[in-house]
Design a protein around this ligand. Structure first.
Ligand code: SF4
Length: 75
């Protein structure tokens, strides 16, 4: 008999929606610092590419409420 493995839900950044704000409120509000800067671009008008550390993320969903662009999903 096949058993389904339970996968814990984690946050995911939708880069096509993210505005690349280096002061991203979702990143700052994460209680365990699971959202990190993956890449930083530009000298004057800085933009960042964010990523979620799946090993740290608890799937609490707090970051969702702080993203004005709806660029974070949990699944
Ligand atoms: S779901 Fe919770 S733990 Fe995961 S990145 Fe968002 S705020 Fe952090």
């Amino acid at each position: 008999m096949e058993t389904k493995r339970k996968v814990k839900p984690v946050a995911k950044i939708l880069n096509e929606r993210c505005d690349g704000n280096p002061w991203c409120p979702s990143m700052r509000v994460c209680p365990i610092g699971a959202i990190k800067v993956k890449e930083s671009r530009g000298l004057i008008m800085k933009k960042v590419v964010l990523e979620v550390d799946k090993t740290k993320c608890t799937g609490c969903g707090k970051c969702l409420n702080y993203c004005a662009h709806r660029a974070i999903t949990i699944n």
